[in-house]
Each structure stands twice: as structure tokens, then as C-alpha cells.
Design a protein around this ligand. Structure first.
Ligand SMILES: [Zn+2]
Length: 277
């Protein structure tokens, strides 16, 4: 059986009107003279809670393995190249709570693709314009540099039936908001196959589905960064980086691949994967 796996997308802080600050709580403690050990520690102040990479760590890779599969290595095999990417004209898939995207999106789109007019019923996401797709493509193009190194190849297609990766849009993910006003900016859902199964059975593998929020990614720069992050998941970087300076950090704050992102994708495409996309 194929396994349906999803990696959570990027989250970005949004407008202040949506923010509800958590109620502050303070531990009760009694300070006695000379008892410094009882003082609460300070954790410093960061815009996001990610780690600072140790200064001597350089461009060390992080672990891109799939957390739901014991951090197993997942990537595309060379016989799938070039990966074909279809960026929809702003289409929004049927409403679905963010927590259920993992188990529904890939099969839902696969079924739609079997219809005579696959996406005729879909509307355009509010806030999408044709230029949005240029911003998405620019984010994906950040991964082009590895083509010259022979890691993978990709191209854009006008036909979703040919696509390995399909990209849709949503104004805002339903129930995609966490306490504190953090909203989901993107999501990637994929089915992965044990490599032996993928090699032994001629199966038509299901496409990877990326969804991007037009509301959270409301500027070209944000949309480009979001697309670069989600395409990293689509390539097989399943786990998030713990470091804020990487494009694959969960609450992405940068818009460009870091040296560690590059080291990670190079490492990934030199491994024999346990599962393939
Ligand atoms: Zn992510």
C-alpha cells in the first residue's frame, strides 16, 4: 500500500487584527536571599522560536528524512526526470480543514484528473493574479541550480494530466490558524512508495499537491519564498530545518536557499532512498 504523507507547510505571522496574545502566566516563586538558582531563566527574544545555527557549524546539512517514517530518506528517482510542474491558473481546491489535507488531497486531485474536465468546478482563489504564477515559478527556479549538478531536472507543463507536481491556491487555509495568530502559508501533500514496490510494479504514481495561501503570501517576495519552501518538500526534504536561516525552517523567515539548504538537497540526491515520490 502506498503511504500518504504530508509535511506541514510554512506558517507566517499575519495581520495584527487576527492575533490573540496568549494569557501570560508566571510561576510563583519566593525569592530568598542568595538563592539565585530559583530565578526564572531568560530565553531571549526572537521573532520566531527557531534555533541559531552554531557559529562553527558552517553549511552543515540538516536531516531531510520523513518524520512519520523514522526519518527515512525520500526522493524522486532519476527515471522520473524531468519532473513536470503544473501551476494552476489560481484554482482553489474544495474547502478542507488544514488537519485533513494530509489524508485527502492527493486522492481527491487524482480523482478529479480522471474527469473529462478535471477542474471545471473550481473557482479562482481571491487575491490570485496571473503574476502570482510568475512569483511561484521564481521560487521553484531557486532549485534550478542543482540541475547542472545532475541531481534532478524539472520543467513546467500546461497539462495537469502530465504533471508530477500540481500547484493550487487558497485565500486562507480553513482552520489553518494556530493560537497566537500564526497562519498556514503553504502545504504540500504527497504519496510516497517503498522503493521496491515502485520499481517492481508499473503503477501510475499520484501527483504531489502543493497549495499556497494568497492571503498569507500577499507580496511577490512572500509568494516566492513560500513556493521555494514547498517545492523543497516536493523534492523530498520532508523534515523541517531547525534553523531560522534556512528556507526549510517551519516558520520560514528567509526567501532564499541557504548554504545548508543546498548541502541538504545535495546530500539527499546522493542517497539511495527508502521511499520514492
Ligand atoms: Zn514546510
Amino acid at each position: 500500500m502506498p503511504l500518504v504523507i504530508l509535511l506541514c507547510g510554512i506558517c507566517l505571522a499575519v495581520a495584527a487584527q487576527n492575533r490573540h496574545l496568549p494569557k501570560a502566566t508566571f510561576p510563583n516563586f519566593t525569592r530568598s536571599a542568595g538563592d539565585e538558582a530559583n530565578l526564572p531563566g531568560s530565553y531571549g527574544l526572537h521573532l520566531t522560536p527557531g534555533l541559531d545555527r552554531p557559529k562553527n557549524a558552517g553549511a552543515q546539512r540538516y536531516d531531510p528524512g520523513e518524520p512519520d517514517l523514522n526519518m527515512a530518506v525520500v526522493r524522486w528517482e532519476s527515471n522520473k526526470m524531468p519532473l513536470l510542474i503544473w501551476i494552476s491558473p489560481g484554482l482553489q481546491l474544495p474547502d478542507c480543514p488544514a488537519s485533513q489535507l494530509k489524508n485527502t488531497r492527493v486522492d481527491q486531485v487524482t480523482e478529479m484528473l480522471q474527469l473529462k474536465e478535471p477542474f471545471a468546478d473550481l473557482k479562482q482563489a481571491i487575491g490570485w493574479t496571473p503574476e502570482t504564477n510568475d512569483d511561484v515559478a521564481a521560487g521553484i527556479e531557486q532549485w534550478r541550480q542543482f540541475q547542472g549538478e545532475g541531481l534532478f531536472r524539472f520543467a513546467f507543463t500546461d497539462n495537469p494530466l502530465d504533471a508530477n507536481i500540481c500547484i493550487f491556491f487558497v485565500d486562507a487555509f480553513r482552520e489553518g490558524s494556530e493560537a497566537g495568530g500564526i497562519m498556514l502559508g503553504g502545504n504540500t501533500a504527497a504519496t510516497v512508495y517503498p522503493i521496491a514496490q515502485a520499481r517492481s510494479i508499473k503503477i501510475k504514481q499520484k501527483p504531489v499537491i502543493i497549495e499556497l495561501s494568497t492571503l498569507v503570501n500577499s507580496t511577490p517576495q512572500k509568494m516566492t519564498g513560500a513556493a521555494a519552501h514547498e517545492f523543497g518538500h516536493a523534492l523530498g526534504i520532508k523534515a523541517h530545518s531547525p534553523y531560522r536561516e534556512d528556507i526549510m525552517y517551519v516558520d520560514r523567515v528567509v526567501d532564499q536557499l541557504s548554504a545548508a539548504d543546498k548541502a541538504t538537497i545535495r546530500w539527499l540526491y546522493h542517497q539511495t532512498p527508502k521511499y520514492v515520490l
